[in-house]
Design a protein around this ligand. Structure first.
Ligand code: SF4
Ligand code: SF4
Length: 77
């Protein structure tokens, strides 16, 4: 799986880290560059809370089978 952050949209607000059940392990917020950086994705259980809570709709979660799951992004726009 992959978590893709749209750096054009991300403001570095940290809501993804705050809302993620594994936030401390997965999310790093670079406040200077105003971006969120996900890592250690073995801890991610694809709950998509981060994507649903991101105020900028900047997070896309992509499973290994290329199925994109995001409540705020249409799959077939
Ligand atoms: S919640 Fe969205 S805008 Fe805020 S830091 Fe995370 S990815 Fe960036
Ligand atoms: S999908 Fe869930 S566990 Fe994975 S990074 Fe987002 S909030 Fe955290």
């Amino acid at each position: 799986m992959k978590i893709i952050i749209d750096h054009e949209k991300c403001t570095g607000c940290g809501e993804c880290k705050e809302s993620c059940p594994k936030g401390g392990k997965i999310w790093t917020i670079d406040r200077k560059k105003k971006i969120a950086i996900p890592s250690n994705l073995e801890y991610c259980h694809l709950c998509i809370i981060c994507a649903s809570r991101c105020p900028e709709e900047a997070i896309r979660i992509i499973r290994d089978d290329n199925y994109e799951k995001s409540p705020k992004i249409e799959e077939n726009p």
